[in-house]
Design a protein around this ligand. Structure first.
Ligand code: FES
Ligand code: FES
Length: 197
């Protein structure tokens, strides 16, 4: 626990809010938050970024997945204050992230390749889990690019393990879909993984 979070924790019980600056989707937001506010609640309730969903609020479903400094995290398990200084990317910011990576000019209608693939493959039914699935897939593809193995990677000596359907299923196992759209979700992610290979 860093000093700032420790000081914030000590303030719990008093009527005090803590000033902080959150960097979300390329913008800085100056906020005053109850130190117990989760990143998920700060995004949804304070910044009106409701694309990030609250499913279980206990780190079990993945609906709240966002990228923190490029790595996927469950926003319901992070205190907002703990993310100060790091860039948070939500589903609303993914297209701009993809445009920056491709050095393409920003366009309001642009979609991240994963968003387009989910549309093309019908990778959802009710759509509630979908923002978390897509943010998680974006983080997962980056992990694979960096050569991180998974529980089912057979050859740990490979620089970049190929993303077979089995690999994708294992690496996405933290994201639940109550509609059972898993086959199409795997197909959508596989298409993007193949395009990048
Ligand atoms: Fe965060 Fe379920 S809402 S993991
Ligand atoms: Fe409904 Fe996944 S599409 S929960």
């Amino acid at each position: 626990m860093n000093d700032r979070v420790a000081a914030a924790a000590a303030a719990v019980g008093e009527d005090s809010r803590v000033p902080c600056v959150l960097r979300v989707n390329g913008d800085c937001h100056a906020l005053e938050l109850d130190p117990r506010t989760t990143l998920l609640d700060a995004l949804r309730e304070n910044l009106a970024l409701t694309g990030t969903k609250k499913g279980c609020d206990h780190g079990q479903c993945g609906a709240c997945t966002v990228l923190l400094a490029g790595r996927r995290v469950n926003a319901c398990l992070m205190l907002a204050l703990m993310t100060e200084g790091d860039e948070v990317t939500t589903i609303e910011g993914l297209p701009a992230l993809a445009a920056r990576a491709a050095t393409a000019p920003p366009s309001p209608d642009a979609l991240h390749p994963l968003q387009q693939a989910f549309l093309s493959h019908d990778g959802f039914q009710c759509g509630y889990c979908t923002p978390g699935q897509i943010c998680s897939a974006a983080g997962m593809l980056e992990e694979a690019r960096q050569g991180m193995p998974s529980h089912v990677t057979a050859d740990l000596g490979q620089d970049r393990p190929p993303l077979s359907p089995e690999e994708i299923r294992e690496r996405m196992s933290g994201n639940l879909c109550r509609c059972g759209a898993y086959p199409n979700i795997i197909d959508a992610i596989a298409e993007v993984a193949t395009a990048e290979a």
